[in-house]
Design a protein. Sequence first.
Length: 83
Amino acid sequence: MSDNRDFKYEIINELGIISEASKGWKKELTRISWNGGEPKYDIRDWNENHDKMGKGVTLTEMELRKLKELVDAEISFLDNSDT
């Protein structure tokens, strides 16, 4: 568990790396608990030690499922488009 000034967080699962910047920071999908709350899904940039972070977005399970629906529809559109 890490303490970053006014809030605490615990990464429950590191689900995967989406991309990596040249300076070693990684955009990751994690399941994380903020301030001891119910774990949520999170997309943000992290340094190697997970003690520094960039801005990100946190999603509930229902929001994650809706995002998957939207992404699946967009990928299907891209796969079937002529461009």
